[in-house]
Write a protein that binds this ligand. Structure first.
Ligand code: AMP
Length: 305
């Protein structure tokens, strides 16, 4: 960024932020940077991402900043979590634009390792979180959550954060991380951040860039049908199957989306639900062309605050 001699206060703030951002793709260097901050008594916050950042990611940064911790944001498109026919090689990437965004957002360190840095040897050690990874996206994307859990635990060991921030856009992922932290007694507070949506309701996702304008318009049916299901629940409908059927019908009738799943599950442990009595997760995955979108809503019989 270039500033003239009469830089405004805002520009001066940007300039300061710019100087403050550290970047590294090397694990030992990252550890050194963090060790200095920890020795100064700072808490460390980690935000794992795959980059191509948007306002959803920046909401995680904002929450992390609010905690007062030293904020580490990682960008790593993790090959372990992509299936053989998924979009690993075409996943959108723009490191320099991401660096500018996190700079302005006030991230302290950007960690952007290569695959060789993260996986210098063929991996034979994995982290698997049972039960929670067998349903919803876990059932449709075999090995996906094993890849996620493994890379997140690896990042946890590299960064040793006190806090880690995850978006509820990937609600199942958040539950899996929360569970592995509990099961393995990791001294990390897992902090969920609500879904950030476009004004018209579409959940922000790096993959939205793949959508044609027609598909983007049709994809609005996802948030609309989730909202309708919640309204039905609040009007007294308690049958999980009725809510699922209504969402499926709307997606099928009002778009060209191909449904991967639409399911109501217990919001705490993802177990099956028939009659809704406590908070549930209504989660869906739908393909528009070759772009697979996910969305969800956590809903209670009474409106949740
Ligand atoms: P990703 O780069 O897609 O792996 O996402 C990195 C983190 O950002 C994950 O914890 C996601 O749940 C979170 N995230 C992505 N999109 C959103 C969104 N629209 N709202 C809230 N969090 C999000």
């Amino acid at each position: 960024m270039k500033f003239g001699p009469r830089a405004s206060n805002l520009e001066l703030r940007f300039r300061k932020v710019e100087i403050d951002l550290k970047r590294t793709s090397h694990i030992p260097e990252l550890r050194e940077i963090i060790a200095v901050e920890r020795s100064r008594g700072r808490k460390i916050a980690l935000i794992p991402t795959m980059g191509y950042l948007h306002q959803g990611h920046l909401a995680l940064v904002e929450s992390a900043k609010q905690s007062g911790a030293y904020v580490v944001l990682s960008i790593f498109v993790n090959p372990l979590q992509f299936g053989p026919n998924e979009d690993y090689s075409s996943y959108p990437r723009d490191l320099e634009q991401d660096a500018r965004l996190v700079e302005v957002a006030g991230v302290d360190v950007l960690f952007h390792p290569t695959s060789e840095e993260m996986y210098p040897h063929p991996m034979v050690t994995y982290v698997e979180v049972g039960q929670l990874d067998t349903v919803l996206c876990g059932a449709k994307r075999p090995g996906h959550f094993r890849g996620v859990a493994t890379v997140v635990v690896k990042l946890f060991h590299i960064v040793q954060p006190d806090l880690a921030f995850f978006g509820q856009k990937d609600y199942q992922q958040y539950l899996i991380i929360q569970r592995l932290v509990r099961d393995l007694s990791l001294p990390i507070e897992v902090c969920p951040v609500p879904i950030v949506r476009e004004q018209d309701g579409l959940a922000l996702s790096s993959r939205n860039v793949y959508l044609t304008s027609e598909q983007r318009q049709e994809a609005l049916i996802l948030s609309q049908s989730l909202n309708e299901a919640e309204r039905l629940l609040h009007l007294g409908e308690r049958s999980a199957r009725v809510l699922e059927t209504r969402v499926r019908e709307r997606i099928t009738n009002e778009s060209h989306g191909v449904i991967d799943y639409v399911e109501v599950r217990d919001a705490q442990n993802l177990s099956e639900v028939n009659q809704i009595e406590s908070p549930v997760l209504l989660a869906l995955a739908v393909k528009f062309g070759s772009t697979r979108l996910i969305d969800n809503k956590v809903m209670g019989v009474e409106p949740l605050v």
